[in-house]
Design a protein around this ligand. Structure first.
Ligand SMILES: Nc1ncnc2c1ncn2[C@@H]1O[C@H](COP(=O)(O)OP(=O)(O)O)[C@@H](O)[C@H]1O
Ligand SMILES: [Mg+2]
Length: 426
């Protein structure tokens, strides 16, 4: 696929302060919160018979005309659609609901809350929440982005130029720093959750595994993050991991963008740890104190491999580039670089400088690319589809675990537990 001339349009800023109206509704529960999202995104309050504003009403999904399928969501197809009133292109994603009696699962409430409260130019923007004809169908309406970085990278014959990689990595780190500043960890950072616009903007999407974290030690669901981008502490079964797991994923993405190939394309947890040890040297208690106490530390036999081959594997990268990659791919999560520190790394101020988003190359939409075919692109696509299917399994399992932990928060059957569940959600 050949890049077409760069777009001159600017990367639009959608950064605006947190809307207190939304925050208040988020406390009140999903129906109100969803209604508030619809309002904040431009939906008009519907006056009742007395001329006073009534409760927020959700718009129907029938306001949107489905154009084509653009992605396989864990709980349904993601569609490109057109807003019949404004003509604007959007992406429609079905939100998971339980059976009618049980209402909205806590994981969907979390996804919605993060989307409502986090607004940043490098996070995909939630425009509205709309309902379908059935009682249990709720759809999220997002700004439409023509590319999914997974599909785009797989179809490119050559990697991005280094200045372009810097531009993309800087945007990704800005999104992650913004989320971490607000006590949100994403827990599923990977190329297919990075969208890309014709204006050169990168947008992190998919908050299906995101959750709020605490500044003190807490236990979280083990086994999160799609395998290729999963941090070593998660592979070793840690339950009290931190937001540093997102930075490991950023390191994997940095390397993948530089060489147009996934860094650790392992199919099993053991294969993943072998690949990491082979490239970075085997971790041990000396470089990573506490590693031996992790639940699965005895389950895997790591090779005796003492060398770090990053410099050899990335010969074209400057010393400071290798240093940044090393700091992102640091085994000990306590020593791993943070997103804010990474943004200040000298790699971003040395030549070649990060390209400005508006000068990034543009490509024909990755959502329009034909599937199938032969050769490298098809092989890569197939491999990524397998990895994606695995990722969807991870997410489904996680949602089941969360349901066992909390129960379903908002169905009639459990209405009395709502305040308690809401408190524990954060
Ligand atoms: N706003 C959007 N614009 C364009 N494509 C999108 C958008 N949101 C999602 N997609 C496509 O749909 C795929 C699945 O969406 P995602 O939110 O990641 O769902 P899932 O939870 O199942 O992974 C993405 O990888 C991407 O290809
Ligand atoms: Mg996804």
């Amino acid at each position: 696929m050949q890049p077409t001339p760069a777009s001159s349009a600017k990367c639009p800023s959608n950064h605006h302060p947190l809307d207190p109206h939304l925050a208040a509704h988020a406390e009140a529960g999903p129906a109100a919160a969803a209604g508030a999202a619809a309002h904040s995104a431009g939906g008009e309050p519907k006056p009742d018979g007395d001329g006073e504003a009534s409760l927020p009403v959700l718009d129907p999904v029938a306001d949107y005309e489905k154009i084509k399928r653009i992605g396989e969501g864990t709980f349904g197809i993601v569609y490109q659609a057109r807003d019949k009133r404004s003509g604007e292109l959007v992406a429609l994603k079905k939100l998971r609901m339980e059976r009618e009696r049980d209402g909205m699962p806590v994981t969907s409430v979390r996804e919605l809350r993060v989307l409502q409260t986090c607004r940043h130019p490098n996070l995909v923007e939630l425009k509205r929440v709309v309902t379908g004809p059935r009682l249990d169908s709720v759809f999220l309406v997002f700004e439409y982005c023509p590319h999914d970085m997974g599909k785009l990278v797989d179809s490119m014959p050559k990697p991005f130029h280094e200045s372009e990689v810097k531009c993309l990595l800087q945007q990704l780190l800005s999104a992650v720093a913004y989320l971490h500043d607000r006590w949100v960890m994403h827990r599923d950072i990977k190329l297919s959750n990075l969208l890309f616009t014709h204006q050169g903007c990168l947008k992190l999407c998919d908050y299906g595994l995101a959750r709020y974290f605490q500044p003190w030690e807490e236990t979280y669901t083990p086994g999160v993050v799609t395998l290729w981008y999963r941090a070593p502490e998660v592979l070793l079964g840690a339950e009290s991991y931190t937001e540093a797991i997102d930075l490991w994923s950023c390191g994997c993405i940095f390397a993948e963008l530089l060489r147009n190939d996934p860094l650790f394309p392992g199919r099993t947890e053991a294969a993943m740890l072998d690949l990491m040890a082979g490239l970075l040297g085997s971790p041990n208690e000396r470089i990573w104190p506490g590693m031996a106490a992790l639940p699965h530390a005895d389950k895997f036999q790591l090779p005796a491999q003492p060398y770090n081959y990053l410099r050899k594997e990335f010969p074209q990268l400057s010393d400071s580039g290798v240093e940044l990659l090393n700091r992102l791919l640091t085994f000990d999560p306590e020593k791993r670089i943070t997103a804010r520190q990474a943004l200040r790394h000298p790699y971003f101020t040395e030549r070649p400088l990060p390209r400005l988003p508006e000068y990034m190359p543009t490509f024909p939409s990755a959502h329009d690319a034909a599937s199938g075919g032969n050769g490298r692109a098809a092989q890569h696509r197939q491999r990524r589809e397998m990895e994606e299917a695995h990722g969807r399994g991870v997410k489904r399992r996680y949602q089941m675990d969360e349901r066992d932990r909390f129960g379903d928060a908002f169905g009639d059957a459990r209405a009395r537990r709502r305040p308690e569940v809401l408190r524990r959600l954060d």
